[in-house]
Design a protein around this ligand. Sequence first.
Ligand code: NAD
Length: 244
Amino acid sequence: MIRLLINGSAGRMGRALIACAAEDPELEISAAVDVGDDFSASLVGCDAVVDFSHAPATASVAEACASASKVLVIGTTGHSDADRARIVRAAESVPVVFAPNYSVGVNTLFWLTRRAAEILGPDFDLEVVEMHHRLKKDAPSGTARRLAEILAEARGLAYGTDVRHGRAGMPGERTQTEIGMHAIRGGDVVGDHAVIFAATGERVELAHKASSRDTFAKGALRAAKWAATRPPGLYDMQDVLGLH
Ligand code: NAD
């Protein structure tokens, strides 16, 4: 039995995690923590923390887990580079799964995106499009960022310099090395992602659409069970699924 602390428990993902964990006989919720609750006091009685709260809170959560020797599954997205560095340091002491998306389908999309970029080569222009519900706070989504990173890795480009976010005014002709990135917001969309490979005369599109948050919740709970048997280190969902 693994005892879980759910951080961000009152949110959309927090509620899905609590509902899905209740159906898993290997898991027990030892604490449901949200704003105003005592995180440190709750940490004592758990084996693993699943954090789907708010990106600026996550680095401190990671450091607390490192000090208390607790497994950590990070679901938040939109971290600063400084916060990412703190998370990487914390993972030297405890197992940390840090994934922008916990769905099996999206992790398959990550794998397919790398293969398609390698096969299609530099003649194909690369564009990433994502759509999420109107309440999402960060943009582009962590999943879209990861898709662009994978494209950049496959092409020998860099996320920081080669991604072009949206286009407006007179951006000029598209260059062969830019990766276009577009974030759409509206309604209650759980999460849509598409990668477009466009050449002269043909186009390939890879797409994933999530229709329930349970897909992320079940993946994150699977990651917590997997990480509980691992040595300290930084892992992602590709590690959990054995896709590397
Ligand atoms: P939400 O706004 O519905 O819920 C967030 C909850 O966290 C709220 O209840 C809020 O009160 C709480 N919170 C805020 N700051 C906190 C703090 N310092 N300590 C404890 N709780 C705090 O958001 P959501 O849709 O559930 O998404 C939460 C996060 O998960 C976002 O970063 C989102 O991008 C991410 N997300 C990731 C995946 C994935 O697969 N990795 C999937 C969906 C959402």
